[in-house]
Design a protein around this ligand. Structure first.
Ligand code: ADP
Length: 193
C-alpha cells in the first residue's frame, strides 16, 4: 500500500505533477483544492461554505476539511493507497491523517515536498491568473496564501522530516525538468518487483 503526501507552497506545481507521481505509484490523487473547487462549481452546501475561504486565500476550517477527507479516503479506490495533494496543511489535519491511517493499519510512505522560492511562486501564480482566472490568483490573495502556508503548513515539514519521511524535490525551472525529478522520486518509492 502506497500512501504519499505531496506538499509545497501555492504555485509549486503540486497539481501539475500529482497525476504523474500517482500514476507511477498506481494510486489515485486526492486533491482537496480540486474537491473544494468542484463543490463550489456544483453549488453544494460544502461548496458554499468553502467558497469564502478559497476566495480570501484562507484555509477552510479543519473540521470541514477533515470530515471531507475522512469520507474520501474510505472509498474503495483508496484501498491500494493514495496520493494526497494539498492535505494535510495544518498540524490538526496531520493528526487526523495519522488516526485514519492507523485505523486502516498503515502508515505514510513519504512526504514529497516541492521547493520553489517565494518570488518565483508569485510570478508563476500571476501568470496562471491570466490563463485560468482562478478567483484566488490575484496578487493580494496570492501573498495571503503564501503567508498562511508559512504560518500553518511549514511546521508540518519538520514533523515529517523528524519521522524520516521527507523527500525534497527542487520545483524550480521548467516543467519537464521538475517532471524528471518527480519521476526519480517515484522510482525510489516503487517497491522492486
Ligand atoms: P494552492 O496550493 O495553490 O493554494 P489548492 O488548489 O491546493 O491551491 O487549494 C486552494 C484552496 O483550497 C486553498 O487556498 C484553501 O482555501 C483550500 N484548501 C485546499 N486544501 C486545503 C486543506 N487541506 N485545508 C484547508 N483548506 C484547503
Amino acid at each position: 500500500m502506497t500512501t504519499v503526501i505531496l506538499m509545497g507552497p501555492p504555485g509549486a506545481g503540486k497539481g501539475t505533477h500529482a497525476e504523474l507521481l500517482a500514476g507511477r505509484l498506481g494510486v489515485p490523487v486526492i486533491s482537496t483544492g480540486d474537491i473544494f473547487r468542484a463543490q463550489v462549481a456544483e453549488g453544494t452546501d460544502l461548496g458554499r461554505t468553502a467558497q469564502r475561504y478559497l476566495d480570501a486565500g484562507e484555509y477552510v476550517p479543519d473540521e470541514v476539511t477533515n470530515a471531507m477527507v475522512r469520507e474520501r479516503l474510505a472509498a474503495a479506490d483508496c484501498r491500494p493507497g493514495f496520493l494526497l495533494d494539498g492535505y494535510p496543511r495544518t498540524l490538526e489535519q496531520a493528526a487526523v491523517l495519522d488516526e485514519v491511517l492507523g485505523g486502516q493499519g498503515r502508515g505514510l510512505v513519504a512526504a514529497v515536498i516541492l521547493r520553489v522560492d517565494q518570488e518565483a511562486l508569485v510570478a508563476r501564480l500571476l501568470r496562471r491568473a491570466e490563463i485560468e482566472h482562478r478567483s484566488d490568483d490575484t496578487e493580494d490573495v496570492i501573498r495571503r496564501r503564501l503567508q498562511v502556508y508559512g504560518d500553518q503548513t511549514v511546521p508540518l515539514i519538520n514533523l515529517y522530516d523528524e519521522r524520516g519521511l521527507l523527500r525534497e524535490v527542487d520545483g524550480s525551472g521548467e516543467i519537464h525538468e521538475v517532471r524528471q525529478r518527480v519521476l526519480n522520486v517515484a522510482f525510489d518509492l516503487t517497491p522492486a518487483e
